[in-house]
Design a protein around this ligand. Structure first.
Ligand SMILES: [Zn+2]
Length: 418
Protein backbone atom coordinates (compact mmCIF):
# COMPACT_ATOMS: atom_id res chain seq x y z
CA UNK A 1 0.00 0.00 0.00
CA UNK A 2 1.20 3.54 -0.75
CA UNK A 3 1.76 6.14 2.00
CA UNK A 4 -1.46 7.76 0.81
CA UNK A 5 -3.38 4.53 1.22
CA UNK A 6 -1.96 4.11 4.71
CA UNK A 7 -2.90 7.69 5.52
CA UNK A 8 -6.49 7.07 4.42
CA UNK A 9 -6.63 3.94 6.57
CA UNK A 10 -5.14 5.83 9.54
CA UNK A 11 -7.70 8.62 9.04
CA UNK A 12 -10.54 6.10 9.24
CA UNK A 13 -9.06 4.35 12.31
CA UNK A 14 -8.42 7.65 14.14
CA UNK A 15 -11.89 8.90 13.23
CA UNK A 16 -13.43 5.72 14.62
CA UNK A 17 -11.30 5.97 17.79
CA UNK A 18 -12.39 9.59 18.24
CA UNK A 19 -16.10 8.77 17.82
CA UNK A 20 -15.77 5.76 20.12
CA UNK A 21 -14.03 7.82 22.84
CA UNK A 22 -16.70 10.48 22.60
CA UNK A 23 -19.47 7.87 22.73
CA UNK A 24 -17.99 5.97 25.68
CA UNK A 25 -16.31 8.67 27.76
CA UNK A 26 -18.82 11.54 27.57
CA UNK A 27 -21.86 11.21 29.88
CA UNK A 28 -24.93 11.17 27.63
CA UNK A 29 -27.79 9.93 29.79
CA UNK A 30 -28.89 12.99 31.78
CA UNK A 31 -31.92 14.80 30.31
CA UNK A 32 -31.95 18.61 30.29
CA UNK A 33 -33.78 20.42 33.08
CA UNK A 34 -37.41 21.24 32.10
CA UNK A 35 -37.77 24.61 30.35
CA UNK A 36 -40.67 25.56 32.65
CA UNK A 37 -38.32 25.24 35.64
CA UNK A 38 -35.74 27.34 33.79
CA UNK A 39 -38.24 30.13 33.13
CA UNK A 40 -39.40 30.04 36.75
CA UNK A 41 -35.76 30.33 37.84
CA UNK A 42 -35.27 33.29 35.50
CA UNK A 43 -38.28 35.07 37.04
CA UNK A 44 -36.79 34.54 40.48
CA UNK A 45 -33.58 36.40 39.62
CA UNK A 46 -33.46 40.14 40.38
CA UNK A 47 -34.53 41.96 37.21
CA UNK A 48 -31.81 44.59 37.48
CA UNK A 49 -29.12 41.92 37.78
CA UNK A 50 -30.38 40.18 34.63
CA UNK A 51 -30.59 43.46 32.77
CA UNK A 52 -27.09 44.54 33.72
CA UNK A 53 -25.66 41.14 32.70
CA UNK A 54 -27.43 41.32 29.33
CA UNK A 55 -26.18 44.85 28.77
CA UNK A 56 -22.61 43.72 29.55
CA UNK A 57 -22.84 40.70 27.24
CA UNK A 58 -24.34 42.82 24.47
CA UNK A 59 -21.41 45.24 24.83
CA UNK A 60 -18.91 42.37 24.52
CA UNK A 61 -20.65 40.59 21.65
CA UNK A 62 -19.48 42.70 18.66
CA UNK A 63 -15.86 42.25 19.75
CA UNK A 64 -16.24 38.50 20.26
CA UNK A 65 -17.71 37.92 16.82
CA UNK A 66 -15.37 40.39 15.13
CA UNK A 67 -12.42 38.45 16.58
CA UNK A 68 -13.84 35.26 15.12
CA UNK A 69 -14.71 36.68 11.69
CA UNK A 70 -11.61 38.85 11.22
CA UNK A 71 -9.34 36.04 12.51
CA UNK A 72 -10.92 33.65 10.01
CA UNK A 73 -10.79 36.09 7.10
CA UNK A 74 -7.13 36.97 7.69
CA UNK A 75 -6.21 33.29 8.01
CA UNK A 76 -7.98 32.60 4.70
CA UNK A 77 -6.37 35.63 3.05
CA UNK A 78 -2.89 34.48 4.08
CA UNK A 79 -3.54 30.80 3.35
CA UNK A 80 -5.56 30.88 0.14
CA UNK A 81 -3.62 33.62 -1.65
CA UNK A 82 0.16 33.87 -2.24
CA UNK A 83 0.32 36.64 0.41
CA UNK A 84 1.12 34.20 3.22
CA UNK A 85 3.88 32.51 1.21
CA UNK A 86 5.36 35.94 0.49
CA UNK A 87 5.29 36.80 4.19
CA UNK A 88 7.15 33.57 5.04
CA UNK A 89 9.77 34.38 2.38
CA UNK A 90 10.23 37.95 3.59
CA UNK A 91 10.53 36.92 7.24
CA UNK A 92 13.07 34.21 6.38
CA UNK A 93 15.17 36.40 4.03
CA UNK A 94 17.28 38.27 6.66
CA UNK A 95 18.40 34.82 7.84
CA UNK A 96 19.51 33.71 4.36
CA UNK A 97 16.18 32.18 3.36
CA UNK A 98 17.25 28.80 4.72
CA UNK A 99 14.37 26.40 5.31
CA UNK A 100 14.83 26.52 9.09
CA UNK A 101 14.56 30.33 8.98
CA UNK A 102 11.46 30.14 6.81
CA UNK A 103 9.91 27.45 8.99
CA UNK A 104 10.72 29.14 12.31
CA UNK A 105 10.77 32.91 11.69
CA UNK A 106 8.32 32.75 8.79
CA UNK A 107 5.92 30.53 10.71
CA UNK A 108 6.05 32.72 13.82
CA UNK A 109 5.59 35.86 11.69
CA UNK A 110 2.40 34.42 10.21
CA UNK A 111 1.08 33.52 13.67
CA UNK A 112 2.01 37.00 14.95
CA UNK A 113 0.18 38.75 12.09
CA UNK A 114 -2.88 36.59 12.74
CA UNK A 115 -2.70 37.58 16.44
CA UNK A 116 -2.09 41.27 15.81
CA UNK A 117 -5.13 41.78 13.57
CA UNK A 118 -7.40 40.75 16.45
CA UNK A 119 -5.48 42.78 19.04
CA UNK A 120 -7.78 45.84 18.73
CA UNK A 121 -10.75 43.63 19.64
CA UNK A 122 -8.88 42.31 22.68
CA UNK A 123 -8.23 45.92 23.78
CA UNK A 124 -11.90 46.76 23.16
CA UNK A 125 -12.86 43.84 25.39
CA UNK A 126 -10.53 45.02 28.15
CA UNK A 127 -12.06 48.52 27.92
CA UNK A 128 -15.56 47.05 28.40
CA UNK A 129 -14.41 44.85 31.31
CA UNK A 130 -12.93 47.96 32.93
CA UNK A 131 -16.08 50.01 32.31
CA UNK A 132 -18.23 47.36 34.01
CA UNK A 133 -15.80 47.04 36.91
CA UNK A 134 -14.91 43.44 36.03
CA UNK A 135 -11.21 44.06 35.39
CA UNK A 136 -8.87 44.93 38.25
CA UNK A 137 -5.46 44.82 36.55
CA UNK A 138 -5.45 48.08 34.56
CA UNK A 139 -3.82 48.52 31.16
CA UNK A 140 -0.33 47.82 32.51
CA UNK A 141 -1.37 44.42 33.83
CA UNK A 142 -3.32 43.70 30.67
CA UNK A 143 -0.28 44.47 28.50
CA UNK A 144 1.96 42.32 30.70
CA UNK A 145 -0.49 39.39 30.36
CA UNK A 146 -0.58 39.88 26.61
CA UNK A 147 3.21 39.88 26.27
CA UNK A 148 3.48 36.79 28.47
CA UNK A 149 0.96 34.90 26.38
CA UNK A 150 2.73 35.95 23.15
CA UNK A 151 6.04 34.74 24.60
CA UNK A 152 4.47 31.42 25.62
CA UNK A 153 2.92 30.83 22.20
CA UNK A 154 6.24 31.76 20.58
CA UNK A 155 8.04 29.07 22.63
CA UNK A 156 5.41 26.39 21.98
CA UNK A 157 5.11 27.51 18.35
CA UNK A 158 8.88 27.36 17.81
CA UNK A 159 9.05 23.80 19.16
CA UNK A 160 6.08 22.71 17.04
CA UNK A 161 7.30 24.44 13.85
CA UNK A 162 10.90 23.20 14.04
CA UNK A 163 9.76 19.69 14.99
CA UNK A 164 7.17 19.60 12.23
CA UNK A 165 9.42 20.82 9.41
CA UNK A 166 12.35 18.66 10.54
CA UNK A 167 10.11 15.59 10.32
CA UNK A 168 8.88 16.77 6.90
CA UNK A 169 12.45 16.81 5.61
CA UNK A 170 13.56 13.58 7.24
CA UNK A 171 10.50 11.60 6.16
CA UNK A 172 9.01 13.25 3.07
CA UNK A 173 6.64 10.33 2.39
CA UNK A 174 5.69 9.34 5.91
CA UNK A 175 5.80 12.68 7.73
CA UNK A 176 2.08 12.59 8.40
CA UNK A 177 2.51 9.48 10.58
CA UNK A 178 5.23 11.07 12.73
CA UNK A 179 3.41 14.39 12.62
CA UNK A 180 0.18 12.82 13.89
CA UNK A 181 2.03 11.09 16.73
CA UNK A 182 3.89 14.32 17.52
CA UNK A 183 0.73 16.45 17.55
CA UNK A 184 -1.05 13.98 19.84
CA UNK A 185 2.02 13.86 22.09
CA UNK A 186 2.21 17.65 22.22
CA UNK A 187 -1.45 17.90 23.31
CA UNK A 188 -0.86 15.29 26.04
CA UNK A 189 2.31 17.03 27.28
CA UNK A 190 0.85 20.55 27.20
CA UNK A 191 -2.23 19.55 29.21
CA UNK A 192 0.01 17.72 31.69
CA UNK A 193 2.44 20.61 32.26
CA UNK A 194 -0.17 23.40 32.07
CA UNK A 195 -0.71 23.60 35.85
CA UNK A 196 2.99 23.52 36.73
CA UNK A 197 4.61 25.44 33.86
CA UNK A 198 1.99 27.72 32.31
CA UNK A 199 -0.54 28.73 34.97
CA UNK A 200 2.19 29.99 37.40
CA UNK A 201 3.27 32.47 34.70
CA UNK A 202 -0.06 34.26 35.15
CA UNK A 203 -1.07 33.58 38.76
CA UNK A 204 0.24 32.68 42.19
CA UNK A 205 -1.16 29.57 43.81
CA UNK A 206 -1.20 28.93 47.55
CA UNK A 207 -2.70 26.03 49.50
CA UNK A 208 -6.04 26.87 51.11
CA UNK A 209 -5.44 28.10 54.66
CA UNK A 210 -6.13 25.61 57.46
CA UNK A 211 -9.51 26.24 59.06
CA UNK A 212 -13.10 25.02 59.11
CA UNK A 213 -13.57 25.50 55.33
CA UNK A 214 -10.46 23.54 54.39
CA UNK A 215 -11.42 20.77 56.80
CA UNK A 216 -14.91 20.72 55.30
CA UNK A 217 -13.76 20.42 51.67
CA UNK A 218 -11.07 17.84 52.48
CA UNK A 219 -13.71 15.77 54.33
CA UNK A 220 -15.97 16.12 51.31
CA UNK A 221 -13.21 14.85 49.01
CA UNK A 222 -12.54 11.91 51.36
CA UNK A 223 -16.27 11.10 51.47
CA UNK A 224 -16.30 11.22 47.66
CA UNK A 225 -13.31 8.87 47.46
CA UNK A 226 -11.21 11.41 45.53
CA UNK A 227 -7.59 11.65 46.68
CA UNK A 228 -6.87 15.39 47.03
CA UNK A 229 -3.64 16.64 48.58
CA UNK A 230 -4.67 20.26 48.66
CA UNK A 231 -7.10 22.76 47.26
CA UNK A 232 -5.15 25.65 45.78
CA UNK A 233 -6.19 29.28 45.86
CA UNK A 234 -5.32 31.42 42.82
CA UNK A 235 -4.78 35.18 43.20
CA UNK A 236 -7.36 35.84 40.47
CA UNK A 237 -8.28 39.15 42.12
CA UNK A 238 -5.14 40.72 40.61
CA UNK A 239 -6.92 40.58 37.26
CA UNK A 240 -10.66 40.18 37.69
CA UNK A 241 -13.67 40.41 39.94
CA UNK A 242 -15.08 37.20 38.42
CA UNK A 243 -15.43 34.16 40.68
CA UNK A 244 -14.53 30.68 39.49
CA UNK A 245 -12.93 27.32 40.24
CA UNK A 246 -11.45 24.64 38.02
CA UNK A 247 -9.48 21.40 37.77
CA UNK A 248 -6.41 21.21 35.54
CA UNK A 249 -3.67 18.71 34.78
CA UNK A 250 -3.93 14.95 35.17
CA UNK A 251 -2.09 12.25 37.11
CA UNK A 252 0.54 13.81 39.37
CA UNK A 253 -0.13 17.37 38.10
CA UNK A 254 -3.90 17.31 38.73
CA UNK A 255 -5.10 20.11 40.99
CA UNK A 256 -8.30 21.71 42.19
CA UNK A 257 -8.08 25.49 42.12
CA UNK A 258 -10.49 28.07 43.54
CA UNK A 259 -10.25 31.81 42.86
CA UNK A 260 -9.49 34.00 45.88
CA UNK A 261 -12.46 36.09 44.70
CA UNK A 262 -14.72 33.09 45.31
CA UNK A 263 -13.47 32.71 48.90
CA UNK A 264 -14.01 36.42 49.46
CA UNK A 265 -17.50 36.64 47.94
CA UNK A 266 -19.20 33.33 48.63
CA UNK A 267 -20.34 31.72 51.88
CA UNK A 268 -18.39 28.65 53.07
CA UNK A 269 -21.34 26.40 52.15
CA UNK A 270 -21.33 27.84 48.61
CA UNK A 271 -17.59 27.25 48.26
CA UNK A 272 -18.16 23.66 49.36
CA UNK A 273 -20.83 23.33 46.68
CA UNK A 274 -18.37 24.57 44.04
CA UNK A 275 -15.65 22.19 45.26
CA UNK A 276 -18.18 19.32 45.09
CA UNK A 277 -18.67 20.18 41.39
CA UNK A 278 -14.89 20.21 40.83
CA UNK A 279 -14.54 16.87 42.63
CA UNK A 280 -16.71 15.37 39.89
CA UNK A 281 -14.19 16.55 37.28
CA UNK A 282 -11.38 14.99 39.33
CA UNK A 283 -13.25 11.76 40.04
CA UNK A 284 -14.32 11.20 36.43
CA UNK A 285 -10.89 12.27 35.09
CA UNK A 286 -12.57 14.85 32.86
CA UNK A 287 -9.31 16.70 32.10
CA UNK A 288 -7.62 13.48 30.97
CA UNK A 289 -10.66 12.49 28.89
CA UNK A 290 -10.72 15.91 27.24
CA UNK A 291 -6.99 15.71 26.61
CA UNK A 292 -7.23 12.25 25.01
CA UNK A 293 -10.09 13.41 22.78
CA UNK A 294 -8.04 16.51 21.91
CA UNK A 295 -4.98 14.39 21.13
CA UNK A 296 -6.97 12.11 18.83
CA UNK A 297 -8.42 15.19 17.13
CA UNK A 298 -4.95 16.68 16.65
CA UNK A 299 -3.60 13.44 15.13
CA UNK A 300 -6.62 13.21 12.88
CA UNK A 301 -6.09 16.82 11.78
CA UNK A 302 -2.46 16.17 10.75
CA UNK A 303 -3.42 13.15 8.62
CA UNK A 304 -6.29 15.12 7.08
CA UNK A 305 -3.90 18.01 6.31
CA UNK A 306 -1.58 15.58 4.52
CA UNK A 307 -4.44 14.24 2.39
CA UNK A 308 -5.95 17.67 1.65
CA UNK A 309 -2.43 19.07 1.12
CA UNK A 310 -1.98 17.13 -2.11
CA UNK A 311 -4.93 18.95 -3.65
CA UNK A 312 -3.43 20.90 -6.56
CA UNK A 313 -6.06 23.67 -6.69
CA UNK A 314 -5.45 24.56 -3.04
CA UNK A 315 -1.66 24.63 -3.49
CA UNK A 316 -1.99 26.85 -6.56
CA UNK A 317 -4.15 29.31 -4.61
CA UNK A 318 -1.45 29.49 -1.93
CA UNK A 319 1.25 29.88 -4.59
CA UNK A 320 3.26 26.82 -3.50
CA UNK A 321 4.20 23.51 -5.14
CA UNK A 322 4.05 21.27 -2.12
CA UNK A 323 2.48 21.25 1.33
CA UNK A 324 5.96 20.32 2.63
CA UNK A 325 7.30 23.76 1.70
CA UNK A 326 7.48 26.06 4.78
CA UNK A 327 5.87 28.67 2.52
CA UNK A 328 2.73 26.50 2.67
CA UNK A 329 2.45 27.02 6.42
CA UNK A 330 -0.17 29.82 6.06
CA UNK A 331 -2.30 27.35 4.09
CA UNK A 332 -2.03 24.81 6.92
CA UNK A 333 -2.91 27.51 9.46
CA UNK A 334 -5.94 28.56 7.39
CA UNK A 335 -7.22 24.97 7.28
CA UNK A 336 -6.66 24.54 11.04
CA UNK A 337 -8.48 27.84 11.71
CA UNK A 338 -11.49 26.71 9.64
CA UNK A 339 -11.60 23.40 11.51
CA UNK A 340 -11.43 25.28 14.82
CA UNK A 341 -14.34 27.58 13.91
CA UNK A 342 -16.45 24.69 12.60
CA UNK A 343 -15.75 22.35 15.54
CA UNK A 344 -16.40 24.92 18.29
CA UNK A 345 -20.10 24.00 18.69
CA UNK A 346 -19.25 20.29 18.98
CA UNK A 347 -16.58 21.00 21.61
CA UNK A 348 -18.99 23.23 23.54
CA UNK A 349 -21.69 20.55 23.37
CA UNK A 350 -19.35 17.88 24.79
CA UNK A 351 -18.17 20.27 27.51
CA UNK A 352 -21.77 21.03 28.55
CA UNK A 353 -22.51 17.31 28.89
CA UNK A 354 -19.54 16.92 31.24
CA UNK A 355 -20.56 20.03 33.23
CA UNK A 356 -24.13 18.77 33.65
CA UNK A 357 -22.74 15.59 35.20
CA UNK A 358 -20.51 17.62 37.52
CA UNK A 359 -23.55 19.64 38.68
CA UNK A 360 -25.54 16.45 39.33
CA UNK A 361 -22.55 15.07 41.23
CA UNK A 362 -22.35 18.20 43.40
CA UNK A 363 -26.08 18.03 44.18
CA UNK A 364 -25.88 14.34 45.12
CA UNK A 365 -22.68 14.75 47.15
CA UNK A 366 -23.76 17.78 49.17
CA UNK A 367 -27.49 16.96 49.24
CA UNK A 368 -27.98 20.73 49.39
CA UNK A 369 -29.82 22.05 46.31
CA UNK A 370 -30.69 25.32 48.07
CA UNK A 371 -27.03 26.30 48.50
CA UNK A 372 -26.25 25.01 45.00
CA UNK A 373 -28.89 27.33 43.56
CA UNK A 374 -27.70 30.24 45.70
CA UNK A 375 -24.18 29.64 44.35
CA UNK A 376 -25.43 29.69 40.74
CA UNK A 377 -27.15 33.02 41.41
CA UNK A 378 -23.94 34.35 42.89
CA UNK A 379 -21.79 33.08 39.98
CA UNK A 380 -24.13 34.68 37.49
CA UNK A 381 -24.26 37.97 39.43
CA UNK A 382 -20.53 38.25 40.11
CA UNK A 383 -19.52 37.23 36.57
CA UNK A 384 -22.26 39.29 34.87
CA UNK A 385 -23.29 36.12 33.02
CA UNK A 386 -26.54 36.24 31.07
CA UNK A 387 -28.58 33.67 33.02
CA UNK A 388 -30.47 32.65 29.88
CA UNK A 389 -28.30 33.60 26.88
CA UNK A 390 -29.48 33.74 23.24
CA UNK A 391 -29.95 30.20 21.93
CA UNK A 392 -27.60 30.57 18.93
CA UNK A 393 -24.79 31.88 21.09
CA UNK A 394 -25.35 29.15 23.66
CA UNK A 395 -25.27 26.45 20.97
CA UNK A 396 -22.17 27.89 19.31
CA UNK A 397 -19.91 28.38 22.27
CA UNK A 398 -21.34 27.82 25.78
CA UNK A 399 -18.99 25.51 27.69
CA UNK A 400 -21.39 25.30 30.64
CA UNK A 401 -25.14 24.94 31.01
CA UNK A 402 -26.82 28.32 31.52
CA UNK A 403 -27.54 29.69 34.99
CA UNK A 404 -31.26 28.98 34.65
CA UNK A 405 -30.53 25.42 33.50
CA UNK A 406 -28.33 24.88 36.54
CA UNK A 407 -30.90 26.41 38.89
CA UNK A 408 -33.62 24.26 37.31
CA UNK A 409 -31.45 21.16 37.76
CA UNK A 410 -31.18 21.99 41.47
CA UNK A 411 -34.98 22.34 41.69
CA UNK A 412 -35.53 19.04 39.89
CA UNK A 413 -33.08 17.40 42.29
CA UNK A 414 -34.90 18.88 45.31
CA UNK A 415 -38.24 17.56 44.02
CA UNK A 416 -36.83 14.07 43.55
CA UNK A 417 -35.24 14.10 47.01
CA UNK A 418 -38.50 15.05 48.69
ZN1 LIG B 1 -17.07 22.28 35.76
Amino acid sequence: MSPRGWALLTLVVLGAALLLSVALLIPWSRPPAPRADQLAALRDLPADQVERAREFRAALRPGVWSTLVVGLLVALLLGLTPLGARLVELAGRPFGGHWTAQALVGGLAVVLVADLVTLPFAAWRQAILTRYGMSTNGWGGWTADLLKSYALSAVVGAVALLGFYTVLRLAPRWWWAFGAAGAAGLVLVLSFVLPVLVEPVFNRFTPMEPGPLRTEVMDLAARDGVPVRDVLVADASRRTRAVNAYVSGYGPTRRIVVYDTLLREATPAEVTSVVAHELSHAKHRDVLVGTVIGALGAALAVVALYLVGSWGALLRLAGVDSIRDPRAFPLLLALVTVVGVVSTPAQAFLSRRVEVRADAHALALTGDPVTFEAMQRRLSGANLADPDPPRWEYLYSASHPSTVERMAAARAHARKAR
